[in-house]
Design a binder for this molecule. Sequence first.
Ligand SMILES: Nc1ncnc2c1ncn2[C@@H]1O[C@H](COP(=O)(O)OP(=O)(O)OP(=O)(O)O)[C@@H](O)[C@H]1O
Ligand SMILES: [Mg+2]
Length: 351
Amino acid sequence: MKDASAPQKDVILECRNLWKVFGDAPDGFGQATRSLSKEKVIAQARENGSLPAICDVSLDVKRGEILMIMGLSGSGKSTLLRCMSRLVELSAGEVSFEGQNILTLKDRALTELRRNSFGMVFQSFGLLGHLNARDNVAFPLRVQNVPKAARHARADELLDLVGLTERKDNFPHELSGGQQQRVGIARSLISDPALWFLDEPFSALDPLIRRQMQDEFLRLQTTLGKTIVFVTHDFLEAARLGDRIAIMRDGQLVQIGTPREIILSPADDYVRDFVSDVPTSRILHVSDLMKSGTATEDAPTVAPSDPLELAIGHFLSGHADLHVVGDKGDVLGVISRDDLHVLTGQGAQND
Ligand SMILES: Nc1ncnc2c1ncn2[C@@H]1O[C@H](COP(=O)(O)OP(=O)(O)OP(=O)(O)O)[C@@H](O)[C@H]1O
Ligand SMILES: [Mg+2]
């Protein structure tokens, strides 16, 4: 994987050879993961009647990045997130946060780490039913003995942020699924975590709110500079929000890379399927396909940051190539109709 050589200081969370087996792991499992092939270890676990949910996953989370995790249902996304934050115990492997091996932390130190450094938003909301929205959001501060007025003030700010100003006094059962999830998002931010784990946080939201939450999320990330690990089923969401996307299949990491790398160089047919029905021309930019050189004299101009679909519009109206120009009109390169062949078969032509 390309990030294996990333310098340590740029890495906030380092995951090495993670394994999670549900059910009893076979005897000598840890040793087997070090000495046998991945396929053999998986086969042994299955023979043993256990379920290998995470199989030899290594990846680094870089400081300040949004790392998206994608994969079909049951591919191990939530389990991977839980292994990264040690919400479930690994069967084998190492996880280091800021260079510290979190697997050796005792209960108290682990609780402190989760409370102070990790924020979590769960797929299943995880709200406390007997507390209203404000008290749910404020709950992590209550555990830290922050005075009531201060924690309520902070909770109110975050509830405003997620658009629940009017629902602060409502209990979870009085809120829609999307509203409950927004309470969960607000709660996860109250400790100002360094590393923010989100498991399909927007899946219960209607499309308009979802889009607003994505925008809000990007704004938060820009202003707070959080490092985020984010699970989604939605490739468009992954491409819109993510700096990199990790794709899981049957507990294994199939590919990790930028949205552009995933779209233009899918590792296999499974990955190709993920991008096959998404409007890649809306995700990619002119800069992703531009080359050096100049276009024909009367060619229209586009900017490197323009969506590729804008260039396609020009091609459809008969132009064979386009000048790619900078802010001051300086020619940076060229993009031609022929360059689109890399998208053939990836759904980019038809949207
Ligand atoms: N606590 C558990 N005990 C036993 N098996 C589990 C447990 N949690 C998850 N699994 C199994 O591990 C595999 C991975 O599950 P996981 O929840 O990580 O998938 P996922 O990719 O998050 O799926 P989804 O998209 O449906 O949320 C599945 O086969 C699941 O049944
Ligand atoms: Mg899940």
